[in-house]
Design a protein around this ligand. Structure first.
Ligand SMILES: [Zn+2]
Length: 263
């Protein structure tokens, strides 16, 4: 499986330190559940996993864009498939926060495993040609030392034997999207991302039918970021089908109290 790293990565010594921390986290025995803190040999205990609310896949389409309660508040002009584990509420809020702000990439492994088990095993489409983590701004990458979307994408890519390409695009805009409202996000996102020169040229066959890629992110709030990225991809590769894979979707304000079965 080929791996393509961005050329604006942090200093190699910082990356080596982060790799070492990751290796230690994998090798040392797990003592407590990341979610409840109770003793557990696995990063998330079986009680917390069974209490987690995943989207219903039996009664409703697994493609969330076919569910009006989700699609109505998500921008999706340039992609046709959206898959996620569940609403952005506990435990996804805790796991994403742990991944992004507590330097515990093990949370990414849990999210990726859940996505494989609860979503990909029920998805009835061919595997994509490649998996594309949403780029992180290089300043944030240098602070965090890893891109949380890439941390989620790699275990999924290994499971599916599909290449993960981090160098397909870069983020050059300023500031974090989660602090902006919908309109501000759209204006900022249009100029915030640039496709790389090579982009996906090495993995896509020009004009070939049935080719598909999956953009991976941790949380989808308004859909503006992934829609802008999908638009740029479609501009360069018009024949391409684009899927969006996220671990959780923020429900519309009026839907936050609805049960997942109704979503
Ligand atoms: Zn637990």
């Amino acid at each position: 499986m080929s791996v393509s790293r961005p050329n604006y990565a942090p200093h190699p010594i910082c990356l080596a330190a982060a790799q070492c921390t990751r290796w230690l986290q994998r090798c040392l025995p797990n003592l407590a559940c990341l979610l409840c803190g109770e003793p557990s040999r696995t990063p998330v205990c079986s009680y917390c996993e069974s209490d987690s609310a995943f989207y219903d896949k039996d009664a409703l389409p697994i493609n969330l864009l076919l569910r009006p309660a989700v699609a109505s508040h998500i921008r999706h002009a340039h992609y046709r498939y959206l898959y996620a584990c569940g609403n952005y509420q506990w435990p996804f809020t805790t796991l994403v926060h742990t991944l992004k702000f507590k330097r515990k990439p093990v949370a990414a492994t849990i999210l990726a495993d859940w996505f494989i088990t609860h979503v990909l095993r029920h998805r009835d489409r061919p595997a994509p040609q490649c998996i594309l983590p949403v780029p992180l701004h290089f300043r944030r990458l240098q602070q965090r030392l890893y891109n949380q979307s890439a941390e989620i994408a790699y275990p999924i890519g290994r499971n599916m034997a599909v290449p993960v390409i981090e160098s397909w695009a870069r983020r050059c805009g300023k500031g974090a999207q989660h602090t902006r409202n919908r309109h501000e996000r759209l204006l900022a996102a249009r100029d915030a991302f640039v496709l790389s020169n090579a982009c996906l040229d090495s993995v896509l066959e020009k004009g070939a039918a049935g080719q598909c890629v999956a953009i991976v992110d941790d949380v989808l709030t308004t859909g503006v970021t992934v829609d802008v990225l999908a638009a740029k991809l479609r501009q360069r590769y018009p024949w391409l089908a684009i899927e969006v894979w996220v671990m959780a979707v923020t429900p519309a304000p009026g839907q936050r109290r609805l049960s997942l079965e109704k979503v």
